[in-house]
Design a protein around this ligand. Structure first.
Ligand code: ADP
Ligand code: MG
Length: 281
């Protein structure tokens, strides 16, 4: 007679692995509990196959060692990394307030103040990582999580090589499909400055939060690429003049003239209500 199987309790190192929290194209993220310390965490599970096929094991190791040095209130912390024959496990700080994207999906666009507060936290995280030579390259709302207090935490920092892939058609695709958040110079892939590219993505995110829709959105990929490369977008009438100005300076197709983070932090509209992050550097 077949026994009723108890809820399977997978173990990874000291962790008891629980329910799935989310899924990306390369990874599954599950709830985990350290049975020794009682600490809860999230565990990101990657197929070794996929990593090997993309010849990225060395790169992954390098990126993870960099990420371990990064401690910032707005960046999801990497706790430890483990591997089995078939999987790679990345233990992460658990962030359980959902994705920022769900918020827009549920309540529509955000007020300018609220959108700005999130993007200020995002820029703080990006600025900190850049100062340590780490670039994201695939910033988008799915990688922006909220903790129980509504504090924004960026995930996947330094793991971007896994989310951006070049397909047979030679065009860059992101893990989730279309490259709506990717900077023109990343699309043309002629060698680019990671810092300016991340700033572009922050601009697209700011636009989406305040508009409730994407600045660049086309069903046809070629048309989408062209629009991104020419920075063809229109701000909705409800954007304030200050917001419009900042969006225009961020969504500048030239990475050379595009606003830098330092300049952004001096912008009259952007710096309203800005709080300098306080934490141990
Ligand atoms: P991928 O690299 O494949 O895109 P992600 O790291 O973005 O995978 O994770 C996929 C999803 O899992 C996220 O969109 C989010 O919903 C969830 N997730 C990721 N990291 C965490 C975390 N630290 N805590 C809670 N949920 C997470
Ligand atoms: Mg992701």
């Amino acid at each position: 007679r077949k026994r009723a199987t108890p809820a399977s309790r997978t173990r990874v190192g000291n962790y008891e692995v629980g329910r799935t929290l989310g899924e990306g194209s390369f990874a599954k993220v599950k709830y985990a509990r350290n049975t020794v310390t009682g600490d809860i965490a999230a565990i990101k599970i990657l197929d070794r196959d996929k990593v090997l096929r993309h010849k990225m094991v060395e790169q992954l190791k390098r990126e993870i060692s960099t990420m371990k040095l990064i401690k910032h209130p707005n960046v999801v912390e990497i706790i430890e990394v483990m591997a089995s024959k078939t999987k790679i496990y990345i233990v992460l700080e658990l962030v359980n307030g959902g994705e920022l994207f769900d918020k827009i999906a549920q309540q529509g666009r955000l007020k300018e103040d609220e959108a700005r507060r999130y993007v200020q936290q995002l820029i703080n995280a990006v600025d900190y990582c850049h100062s340590r030579g780490v670039y994201h390259r695939d910033l988008k709302p799915e990688n922006l999580l909220l903790d129980a207090n509504g504090v924004l935490k960026v995930s996947d920092f330094g793991l971007s090589a896994f989310s951006l892939q070049v397909r047979e058609d030679g065009l860059l695709h992101t893990a989730c499909g279309t490259p709506n958040y990717v900077a023109p110079e990343v699309l043309s892939d002629k060698g680019y400055d990671g810092a300016a590219a991340d700033v572009w993505s922050c601009g697209v995110i700011l636009f989406v939060l305040m508009a409730g829709y994407l600045p660049f959105d086309e069903p046809n990929l070629m048309t989408l690429y062209k629009r991104i490369c020419k920075a063809e977008f229109n701000c909705p009438p409800w954007f304030s003049p200050g917001a419009k100005n900042v969006i225009k300076r961020i969504l500048d197709p030239s990475p050379i003239t595009r606003i830098s983070i330092a300049e952004l932090l001096e912008d009259e509209w952007f710096k309203q209500g800005y709080k300098t992050p306080s934490f141990e550097q």
